[in-house]
Every structure is written in structure tokens, then in C-alpha cells.
Design a protein around this ligand. Structure first.
Ligand SMILES: [Fe+2]
Length: 282
């Protein structure tokens, strides 16, 4: 909650027209609502909130609570609206002639590191395990399909891409400028980009394995023929990076700027929040 207080304080100081939260705020839904309420009260502007994969952690298929699909479509929108936030992920929004669309997105291993192809198989990615590295979504996310069986990562990624396309179709006639928010990463260029506030990092093997769970190139492909998209904002990746995504008319700026986990801080928490809450001019 210390981070949330600092985010709220910084939001108050920045006085933005719109504040975007691109996910991974908190998997506990009660706490998530409390966090959003604090930020909304401080921001003095619409707070656009998109669920991250951590908010979809339902405890797996054996859990008695809402599954990940119910969280995405029902529980999270309900609590976020109750907290006063604008919910991204389910429908587009228009604020001052700018369209905002969003989907959490998912991964299909298309962003995996090609240098690991000789040691990591598609089955390893599907099992979400390599050596001592585990992607916890495998135990925590349960998104059933229409038949009740869990969707594969590829199928969930496909579902998310379709939802993004539908939202863009809905809003593109009405808005000359559209901001796209995804939690998952839409282009491998972001994973290999130089950090905005540092040198080119060495990327250990474990991190490179996690590339497979960072997002989907198909998310980025949905944006190529969308000249109305002027900005993309993503979450999920733990490093602050930006890159230009390919577009049919012009390249699209894309920004990832996480506050990060406390154990990963490179400076004091207050400095980290101040540094990572970035102003994007549209
Ligand atoms: Fe995430």
C-alpha cells in the first residue's frame, strides 16, 4: 500500500488529463478495489485501469472463487467501476475525442528468445517450466473456454487479439486518435530495447526464457494497419523501455514504465514512483 500512496501523491502532483494503469496492481480483488479507490480520489482525472495477468490469478482450476474469465469480464470491471475507475479491457472509451481501447492480451510464445531454441522446446513453454524458472500463471490462471476446458495460451492470445480488433473497429470511425493499452507486450523489440534509464542490460538465461510469456507478436500485428493508433502503453515487463512499433503510415510509439516489484528497485521507492510515472503527450 506504500506504493499506492506514492502513486496517488504523484498523480495529484502531475495533474494529468488521464491516468493509465496497465495492470499488475494486486491479485487480491478486495485490495485491488481499495488501491484503485485511493488513486482515483487523488488523480482528479479519469483513471483508466486494465487488468494484468496477476489480477487474473484465481488460484487455478480447483479454486472455488471466480475463474480468470469471470474475473476479467465481471468481477474486475464491477469492482473497478465501484472504485470510480474507467475499465479498459471490455469496451472502448472516448475522452475528449481520443479513443482508448485495451485488452490484457496473452502470450503465445511468439516473443520467445530465438537464442534458446536449441535448449527450450515449445513443450517447455507450454509447461511454463525450464530449469528452476517457473511461470506461475500455469498454476494460478484458469480461463475456461466455452466447453469448460481451459484455453491454451495460443487460444487465449487469439481471443484477446479478436477483442482488441473489435474494440478498434468500434472506435476508429469516431476518433482520429486512439490510444491502445495492453498488459502483454506486442513486439519483441521492446524486450531487447535499451532501458530508458540505463545501459543495455545483460539478459540472463532465466529472463530470456520468460520472453516466451511476455506477449504476442499478433497483438502488434493488429496495430499495423491502424493509422488512428497514436500511442501504445503496456505493462507486464519489469523494465522501463520504449520502442517504435511498425505501422502502415507511421511508426507507433510504445511505452512500458513499471514501478516494479520492491525487490527490484534501483532507487528509493518514492524516487522510483516519481521516475516511472511518465507523462505521455498525445
Ligand atoms: Fe504481468
Amino acid at each position: 500500500m506504500e506504493v499506492v500512496g506514492l502513486v496517488a501523491e504523484r498523480a495529484r502532483d502531475l495533474a494529468p488529463d488521464v491516468l493509465v494503469l496497465a495492470g499488475d496492481v494486486c491479485p487480491d480483488l478486495q485490495r485491488l478495489e481499495a488501491c484503485l479507490r485511493i488513486i482515483v480520489e487523488a488523480a482528479g482525472a479519469p483513471v483508466l485501469y486494465l487488468a494484468g495477468n496477476h489480477e487474473l490469478w484465481c488460484g487455478g482450476a480447483q479454486s472455488s472463487g471466480p475463474d480468470s474469465r469471470q474475473r476479467y469480464w465481471v468481477a474486475i470491471p464491477r469492482l473497478a467501476r465501484r472504485a470510480g475507475a474507467v475499465v479498459l479491457g471490455v469496451e472502448p472509451h472516448v475522452i475528449d475525442d481520443v479513443g482508448f481501447v485495451g485488452v490484457t492480451g496473452w502470450y503465445d510464445y511468439s516473443l520467445r528468445d530465438p537464442s534458446l531454441a536449441h535448449v527450450v522446446s515449445t513443450a517447455d513453454y507450454a509447461a511454463k517450466q525450464y530449469k528452476e524458472i517457473t511461470c506461475m500463471d500455469g498454476q494460478q490462471v484458469h480461463w475456461p473456454g466455452e466447453d469448460g476446458a481451459p484455453l491454451s495460451d495460443e487460444a487465449l492470445s487469439d481471443t484477446m487479439c479478436t477483442l482488441l480488433r473489435k474494440q478498434l473497429d468500434e472506435v476508429s470511425d469516431r476518433c482520429g486518435r486512439v490510444v491502445v493499452v495492453t498488459h502483454m507486450v506486442p513486439d519483441r523489440a521492446l524486450l531487447t530495447a535499451r532501458d530508458v534509464d540505463g545501459e543495455q542490460r545483460q539478459r540472463p538465461e532465466g529472463e530470456r526464457f520468460q520472453d516466451g510469456f511476455m506477449g504476442s507478436a499478433r497483438l502488434g500485428a493488429e496495430l499495423v494497419n491502424r493509422p488512428e493508433v497514436v500511442q501504445v502503453i503496456c505493462g507486464h515487463y519489469h523494465h522501463a523501455v520504449r520502442a517504435l512499433l511498425p505501422g502502415s503510415r507511421q511508426e507507433i510509439p510504445c511505452e512500458i514504465s513499471p514501478v516494479g516489484y520492491p525487490r527490484e528497485l534501483e532507487r528509493s521507492l518514492a524516487d522510483q514512483v516519481a521516475h516511472r510515472m511518465r507523462v505521455v503527450e498525445i
